[in-house]
Design a protein around this ligand. Sequence first.
Ligand SMILES: [Zn+2]
Length: 325
Amino acid sequence: MGQKLAVGIDLGGTNLECGMVTSEGAVLHRATRPACADRGPGSVLDDMATLVEMVIREVGASPDDVVGVGIGAPGPLSHRDGVIYKAANLPGWVNVRVPRGIIRRVGLPATLENDANAAAYGEFWAGAGRDVKSLVAFTLGTGVGAGAIIEGELLHGHFENALELGHTIVDPGGRPCSCGQRGCLEQYCSAACLGRQAEQAIVDGAESVLRDQIKPGESLGSRPVMEAAQAGDPLAVRIWEDACRFLAVGCINVQHTFNPERIVLGGGMSRAGDFLLEKVRYHVESQKWNLHNDVPDVVIGQLDNNAGVIGAAGCALRCYTEGAW
Ligand SMILES: [Zn+2]
């Protein structure tokens, strides 16, 4: 085949996503299977190895073409030491050396990256940030993750836990967060919180078309709230508007902290497209400072749910080209 390739893996609490990615950031083949995280790390690592071998076989790549494997995973973790310290949505995962487990199983070098960092790197390398040197990308999913590439370098921080923007406090003493703090950004603009707010408001007696969509034992999620907001349901409109206002606060804080050229919105909620973007831009505009015109351009990501896989593979290709392996 000749062209250098890398395998990207996105290890989520629900699914394992795996893709063979070219040095241009194109996905040649993709494979998915349930993460089955409750079976423990060894079994999940076996599944990851199976997926890696599967995508190599499917694209007909020779072992010489594949430079390595990049893994995006929930943290806290150490990219430097290749270890997941603990992952809230992967029960029993404590101090798991994921790259070492992959190297042993498939014989390819592997690198570990925080999943939101990997997604940000994907957008930077092959998506909505291809033409800039500095960007911050939000992943708006069950929680709110983020990653920053500043002057071409992925930012890790001294404790390798930088860009936990979902846990920046935007409302002191506000809503409790599972992290132990109060008033975290992700309690105001994540997919999970949108559904939860709607459910609570309806329990408290609010009228909404969402009432009929609530099922016992199932969380509502952001999609029905977004659709109801687009249809003009007053409760959903209020919740959506509020989420966009808080996300705009997050964007302004990013502007002042990192001063990137662009902010990319990715993850499930970003599929709302202009309905999200226009409102976030409006709330950035109405809350921004007037001292200097350095507000980053806010855009929707281009890689959708491939961002994590592409970015993880991109990190592997970068390790290879920089001689880190
Ligand atoms: Zn928090």
